[in-house]
Structure formats: structure tokens, C-alpha cells
Design a protein around this ligand. Sequence first.
Ligand code: NCD
Length: 321
Amino acid sequence: MSFSKQHLLGIEPLAPAEITEILDLADQYVSLNRNEHKHADVLRGLTQINMFFENSTRTQASFELAGKRLGADVMNMSMQASSIKKGETLIDTALTLNAMHPDLLVVRHPHSGAVDLLAQKVNCAVLNAGDGKHEHPTQALLDALTIRRAKGRLHRLSVAICGDIAHSRVARSNIILLGKMENRVRLVGPPTLMPTGIADLGVEVFEDMREGLQDVDVVMMLRLQKERMDGGFIPSEREYFHRYGLDAEKLAYAKDDAIVMHPGPMNRGVEIDGTIADDINRSVIQEQVEMGVAVRMAAMDLLARNLRARRQSSQAKGMLA
Ligand code: NCD
């Protein structure tokens, strides 16, 4: 086994072999999830707490289902109603939860780096479910699994990530993962939505959709993350759709068998035309959701194995002392 991490905080610290191991195990969970009986016992007896400080539909549901299918006791903390509102710091909340002996903590937080900080204060496995504009590792892994299953490989592919790159943790995690697995990444969008210094990440940058999509294998669309914008980044949604919205005419520049992806939530008619999103011959958006459950099962399974191994070795050391 090569996956040796204590936490899943980002794609950055993962070796290519660790990424492959998560995806291989996730493939097995995809099969399990297609059965009528969807249970495996690998997290039995363990407690999983989901702490979402930001809104989420699919990520939270997917982590909850993943934990339940693996037999964990899963608790969803409603952070909107929590003591954070009464002024408690993130660290105090974490320490309080830690005293309840969770084994897996799944955290989404609006500030980049908040999940890393929290991981240093608790003695369970922490999974980053999205921190600010920083990373969203399980999203990149589920995207990778979707691509690998659709294309039969996860290397030497040309992938265009389009739209609001500047505010997107999904884009960041995907750029890092796809680079590690030796793919060519193109970023397509208006200069106002490109982060500074992006070319250092080894990507090609395009301002024009038609040029950017030319002959790519994968087209990944992103939502305009208005909640993270503090000013006029785009002239109007109509104008944005005209220049950057994915429609049949622009998609025709990609390879004939190119797949269309979107992490959700989608804004139809803004970054993507509804008919493209629903085209079962091109869009793998529903597959992405399916892969999300399997990838989260795989990640939690592997982290729990490492957690048990660490606990066993510290017990053994205690006995020797
Ligand atoms: C993404 C997120 O939260 O970063 N969504 C998701 O996890 N499925 C992307 C987004 O919010 O646009």
C-alpha cells in the first residue's frame, strides 16, 4: 500500500502512486454502489463528523452517504446554528469536537488554510471538503476517476478548464492533479478571472474559447463564484455566456469524442448551455456525482487504515515503555 497520509488536505502532498491507489479502490466502490446491497463494514465502530461552514449540496450528501455505506456513525454538524455564531473560534470548536473522539472529520471552510490549521489541533483523520480558494481534493479525485473511466487513461490527455479560475479551488486541485499525472492543462477565461502567476503552474492560458478548446479531450466548465468576487469581474452574464458559455458551436472545436464536465452547482445559460449539460453523449456531469460517493468511500477507507495502524503502533510502544 502506498497511501501513507494521515489526512487528506490537498492534492499537492500526494504522490502519483497515492492518487492511483485511491482511484483503483474507488473503482471497486463504484461496483459496490451499483448493487442493491451497498454496505461494506470497513468503518464500523468509527465516528465521522461533517463540519460544513459553507453551503454544500452534493459534497456534504456524498460524504454522508459514503460514511454510512462503509458503516461509520455519521454526524452532520449544522455550523450555521453552531457556537461559531456565538463567537467561538474555529480551534475551540475543533477541540470540543475532538473531545468526543471522532475518527474522521470532514471540513469545509470559507478560508484557505483553515482545514490545515484544524488538522494540527485534533488527533483524528481530517478530510478537506473545500477550503476557500485553496484546495478541494476529493473533487479533483472524482474528476480524475470520471476522466479515467471515460477515456481509459489519465495521462497524455489535453484538458481545458474554463471560466472562473481565479476563485476556484476545484480548478487549483485539478491543475495540480492533472499535472502530476502528466496531462496537458489549458486554462480558458477572461484575464479578470485568471489568477496572477498562473503560468508558473505549467499550464497554457487562453483568452479565446475557440482557441482554447481546439482538439482537447476534456472540457471542464466552472461556475462564476460570485460569492468570492468583490467587484465587476464580468460585464454581464449575457455577454459572459456569449464569449465563454459552452454551447454546441464552441464545443465543436474540441475533439469529436471530448467529454464535458462541471463540478456543480451549474448556472445554465451563464457558463453552460442547458442542452450541452443534458447531452448524454457528451456530458459526464451525472457520472461525476456518482464517482464522488465512490472516491470519498475510498479516501475514508484508506485514511481509516492508516489511523488504525498508527493507533496500534502507539499502543505497542506504550506497552514497551
Ligand atoms: C464546488 C465547490 O464548492 O468548490 N462545488 C462542489 O464542491 N461540487 C464548485 C462551486 O461551488 O462552484
